[in-house]
Each structure stands twice: as C-alpha cells, then as structure tokens.
Design a protein. Sequence first.
Length: 238
Amino acid sequence: MKRVFVNSGLFITVFFWAALGASFAQDQQPTTASVNAPFAGATVSEWKGTIHLTLPGQSPSAPTQGETLPPGTVLETGGGQLLLQLVDGSQVLVRAHTRLTVQQPTPTDRGYFQLLLGRIRATITKRTGGAPPFELGTPSAVIGVRGTQFEVEVNKHQETIVDVFEGTVEVFGRHSRTSVSVEAGSSTRVGMDTPPEPPRPTAEMHSNAGGNRGNQGNSGFPGSNRAAQGAAHARGKP
C-alpha cells in the first residue's frame, strides 16, 4: 500500500492565502447602515421675524441663509417663521411660536425632527424603492410619510394634531402603539394617553377653532408655494 504524505508547509501557506482572500472579500461588502443612512440636518432657506437657533455646544444665535443645521440644533421661532430645505428637495415651514429640534435618524428612531411645541407645514419629496420614509416625532405621536404635504401641531397639552393636504400620512400613538392612515383632506388627533382618533374632515376637526388652518397659506415665503398649493387643493379651491 502506498502512503500519501502532505507537505505541511504547503498546506499552511494555501490556508493562509484562502483565509486572507475571504477576509478581504468580506471587507469589500457594502455596509447597509452607511449606504441607507438618511441625510441628517437641514438648510436655512428663508425666514422672517426673530428666530433663535441653538447649535450643539453653542449659544443661541440668529439664522444665516444657507446655513446647515446639524443634529442637536434647537430652533425657536418666537413671533417669526422659518423655511428649511432638505437635501432631497423636501421643505419644512416652521410656524411662529414653535420649538423644534433637528435629529440624526437612526435604525431605532428614524425621525428627522422632534416637534416639541407649535406648528410646522411639510412638503416631502416622494420616496421610492428602499429609501426610508420621512418621520417626524412629537411628545405623543410619530408621523411617517413617503411623499406628501401635511401640517402638524403640538399644543400646550402635548396633543398632536395632523392635517393632510396631499397623499397619505401614517400617524402612530407614541404610547398607545396604534396607528391610523390619514388621507388628503382629513385630520387626526393624538393625546399623551389616548390613541390616534379616527380620521375626519379637516374642517370638522378645526371647526371649534374657527375654521380650517389651511387658510393661512404659505405666510409669504416664495419657496413654500408647494405647500400652500397643496392646502388649497385639499380645500377644493382653484
């Protein structure tokens, strides 16, 4: 019987190069988190009135046109208003008497902003394929969209009211873990201890407050015309 002898040195050399090649190939694989990570931050497009911006580690200051607001920025409008632009063309109009923070979306919290008090109107560019939805957080709700026009208010009771002018918005109760889909022309309300209310016509939702808030239009910012046009369309106006 013939015996087969294996050169141990050759075996170790082949194994070393095979392992090195596998490790190199693994390093070349794309990292899902980095490829799919959404843009964090927003750019100041226009504003009027007194606005206070507090960037991380800095004192409050006035905005500068074209300034990029990094995650952690706190925005307080007082009596003024501010129009923000996202890298994908989406716009967020921050109304007067509003407190808003800019966030870095993460796998566990995909919110771009946290609305603590006041109102914003958003026009979100449609997202397709595997792009994550735009999300906005409030003390009582999480709002998710893939392309729409809507307005969100947080009142002094930390209730969240969502008005949809175009498309569909998914509204989740932050504490109830239930959700509703709100279509154009409809609204919902979410309390700190209550789930989202069934959607109903926006005019009906705000009848006790003297009519539809969409009548306020775009507040004079040329760059926010898309949101105003969406609101008018939802009300049935030309």
